[in-house]
Ligand binder design. Structure first.
Ligand SMILES: CCCCCCCCCC/C=C\CCCCCC(=O)SCCNC(=O)CCNC(=O)[C@H](O)C(C)(C)COP(=O)(O)OP(=O)(O)OC[C@H]1O[C@@H](n2cnc3c(N)ncnc32)[C@H](O)[C@@H]1OP(=O)(O)O
Ligand SMILES: Cc1cc2nc3c(=O)[nH]c(=O)nc-3n(C[C@H](O)[C@H](O)[C@H](O)COP(=O)(O)OP(=O)(O)OC[C@H]3O[C@@H](n4cnc5c(N)ncnc54)[C@H](O)[C@@H]3O)c2cc1C
Length: 672
């Protein structure tokens, strides 16, 4: 039945002001209003329908994405949307596209610009003359990864050899493995790319640098001479990331003007002299930090979508326990369902707040860079790398868990979960493989531990290492479940665990003659230590959030419950670390679990309202199971009939393949 709110009773149970929570989730009243307006604009516009996306063949799917992108672009111009509104439009259209890269390029929002802006900043500061970066009527992509090398950026093979005779670079792909492979937007759309290649002057290899290269004609869109480009093929999942033209690119001695090198860390003069600037070489990598912090901010959006679907459906779905012909039990009331679902709900909120914090940290770093202060680059690199790894792994796993939480119906595309998973899961790989990134955090931690005796005091997220003596000795000395709710207790537990794991790794590495050999041998332990450090950051930023003034009846109390669940769930999951490092006893661990169960019970009546606070439209959720009104069964039934297979009662192929078999079977039966 249309118009009935099947979840109304659940909504009545809320013990907090949902509208105020919506503002906390959005980040501010202004951010809420923009999101609310733009999400409704998209939801009410049939031009942005997603209904048939998982059923379209690749070519049609891709063309449809091009149509949506052009339509979105027109709306931005016609409605005079601001950058903030345009970014929300991109988010709520909910279709990964080449346009993601283009928007970064032209409006400071898109991916490529994120990469280019720091490089260009340095370029502006070190070089006179205009900027070669295309700003109008062009589409860009970021071409770093090659067929043979992705993680190992230093191992890239594409060459950029300077020719002083013509004042040009010759760009070349010397081997098959040097083919650029994966860049989004490259395969069919981009006219330009930022290409990472080895700089060679006078026969000498100066390592990786970035170049802006035109790839396609602006007249007929054909690849320019010497350039081979194509799409790399269909990817995992129906619809999903197949809306993006991830591409392959090869150069055959392509010439570009000298000023198309992004001279951020070094320069090549007209006579071919290589000049290294007085800036850290890592500046070349800083743009990756920009995209990683965006990915952290996006993780909470993807996870909250899955959690919203699974929570609403868990309140609608009933199994077992009917008495005297009454209704069965809502599956959300099973403790096992709660212990799988509620930590994910808590994680969505935790990732939201750590994402906000990371954005502020990153803004601070970019301001420092403008003032040529590079001191905080290592910390922001460790934070973005580590949090990108933690949040994307937890989100990808969380989406899959939400699918399972929805039982069989979660496996239908109409649940929205398979496609959400297929779109999201590459986040564990792109912009840095998650293990490779945790190893970067581990390097930072080992460096910090080795410098503890020096005068360099650890600051920022690593400040806790400054009280190492205390953290190595302290013991958790309280016994009651409610003690686990004290922020200072939780914080010390996570600090002691992280510090002890790092120190143990450092001690084990020191047993090797060669520290690099030790690092390689202990890599698995180092990844665990890095994860413990990152979890500490997330927990501590949640606790910091709670110290702010949070208006609205019951809002702060709900966030306290969520924070407790996030921290105690991690403690339960990684009990081995906490027990192994000797900070808590097994009795204290069991008391913590008791407290965790109590928090689940406190959360239960608020569950539906806590997901309503995400303020997602049914269009954005794209899920029958997650519908706001809970009207699941009639809509599932209706949707089944829209499947192309149901267009006729007798399927194509019946006469060729089924009928002869049936006849054969009939004959055999007759012979018997
Ligand atoms: C809800 C549905 C979803 C909706 C979709 C929309 C989503 C929108 C958001 C997402 C947008 C787009 C998605 C797609 C984007 C994908 C783009 C890409 O994938 S681009 C390719 C990215 N590639 C990588 O990330 C490669 C990973 N590898 C590396 O980063 C490095 O090579 C390395 C760090 C592993 C280097 O290793 P190594 O060789 O040991 O390093 P070096 O010797 O070169 O340097 C070490 C030195 O540098 C410091 N360092 C390293 N990285 C950085 C950095 N990024 N910033 C600052 N400093 C860095 C490192 O700490 C070392 O410093 P020392 O002082 O020497 O210790
Ligand atoms: C959807 C998608 C979009 C992308 N978009 C772009 C783009 O726009 N532009 C671009 O340039 N690239 C892009 N990429 C490429 C992406 O950045 C790389 O795939 C990523 O950096 C991982 O590198 P790799 O593929 O070389 O993995 P590998 O490094 O080959 O990883 C394979 C395995 O080896 C392990 N491994 C590797 N090195 C180490 C180590 N040192 N220690 C321990 N284990 C290790 C990894 O953990 C992993 O398990 C995209 C990728 C995807 C999937």
């Amino acid at each position: 039945m249309e118009g009935v709110d099947y979840l109304a009773d659940e909504r009545k149970k809320a013990q907090f002001d949902v509208d105020e929570m919506k503002i906390v989730w959005a980040g501010s009243r202004h951010a809420f209003e923009v999101s609310d307006r733009i999400s409704k604009l998209v939801a009410n516009d049939p031009g942005f329908s997603k209904e048939e996306r998982t059923m379209l063949p690749r070519k049609e799917l891709f063309k449809n994405t091009l149509r949506k992108a052009a339509y979105a672009w027109k709306l931005i111009i016609d409605l005079h949307l601001s950058e903030e509104e345009a970014e929300k439009l991109r988010c709520f259209i909910d279709e990964p596209a080449f346009i993601d890269a283009h928007w970064v390029l032209t409006s400071c929002l898109t991916l490529i610009f994120a990469y280019a802006k720091l490089l260009l900043w340095a370029q502006r500061n070190n070089r006179k003359g205009g900027c070669p970066w295309p700003t109008r009527c062009k589409f860009g992509c970021y071409a770093q990864t090659e067929l043979g090398h992705g993680s190992n950026v230093r191992g890239l093979e594409t060459t950029a050899t300077f020719d002083p005779q013509t004042d040009e670079f010759v760009i070349h792909s010397p081997t098959l493995t040097s083919s650029k492979w994966w860049p989004g937007g490259l395969g069919k759309v981009s006219t330009h790319a930022v290409v990472y290649a080895r700089l060679i002057t006078d026969g000498k290899d100066h390592g990786i640098n970035a170049f802006i290269i035109q790839l396609r004609s602006l007249e007929d869109h054909k690849p320019l001479p010497g350039i081979t480009i194509g799409d790399i093929g269909t990817k995992f999942g129906n619809g999903a990331y197949n809306t993006v033209d991830n591409g392959v690119l090869r150069f055959d001695h392509v010439r570009i003007p000298r000023d198309q090198m992004l001279m951020s860390v070094s320069q090549v003069t007209k006579v071919g002299k290589y000049v290294q600037f007085d800036v850290p070489r890592q500046l070349l990598y800083v743009p990756m930090v920009d995209v990683r912090q965006t990915i952290v901010a996006d993780a909470s959006t993807a996870l909250s979508r899955a959690v919203c679907i699974a929570t609403r459906y868990s309140a609608v779905r009933r199994q077992f326990g009917s008495q005297n012909g009454g209704q069965e039990i809502q599956v959300i009331d099973y403790k096992t369902q709660q212990s799988r679902l509620f930590p994910l709900l808590a994680s969505a909120y935790a990732f939201r707040f750590v994402g906000e914090w990371l954005k502020r940290l990153y803004t601070d770093v970019t301001q420092r860079l403008q003032a040529k202060d590079f001191s905080t680059v290592p910390e922001v690199h460790a934070c973005t790398a580590g949090l990108k790894s933690l949040t994307t792994t937890a989100t990808a796993d969380g989406i899959e868990e939400c699918r399972k939480l929805c039982g069989g119906h979660g496996y239908l595309c109409s649940s929205g979960l398979p496609e959400l998973f297929a779109i999201y899961v590459p986040a564990c790989t792109y912009e840095g493989d998650n293990i490779v990134l945790l190893l970067q955090v581990a390097r930072y931690l080992m460096k910090t531990v080795s410098q503890l005796g020096s005068r360099k005091k650890p600051v920022g997220t690593i400040a806790y290492m400054g009280k190492l003596e205390h953290l190595m000795q302290c013991r958790f000395d309280v016994e009651q479940a409610k003690d686990w709710l004290k922020p200072s207790v939780i914080l010390e537990a996570f600090e002691a665990r992280a510090a002890r794991m790092s120190v143990a790794c450092a001690q084990n590495i020191s047993k090797f003659d060669n520290p690099e050999e030790g690092f390689a041998e202990l890599a698995a332990d180092l990844v665990e230590a890095a994860l413990a450090h990152c979890q500490l950051i997330v927990v501590s930023k949640f606790i910091e959030k709670l110290q702010q003034d949070i208006p609205g009846k019951g809002v702060k109390q709900q966030l306290e419950v969520l924070c407790g669940i996030y921290a105690l769930f991690l403690l339960h999951k990684h009990q081995g670390d906490f027990l192994g490092t000797g900070y808590i006893t097994s009795k204290q661990a069991s008391v913590a679990n008791e407290q965790l169960r109590a928090l689940y019970s406190q959360l239960r009546p608020n569950a539906i309202s806590l997901v309503d606070a995400f303020n997602y439209t049914d269009h954005f959720l794209g899920s029958i199971l997650g519908r706001y009104d809970g009207n699941v069964y009639p809509k599932l039934y209706e949707a089944a009939w829209k499947d192309p297979l149901n267009e006729s009662d007798v399927p194509d192929g019946f006469h060729e393949y089924i009928r002869p078999l049936l006849k054969q079977q009939l004959l055999q039966t007759a012979r018997l």
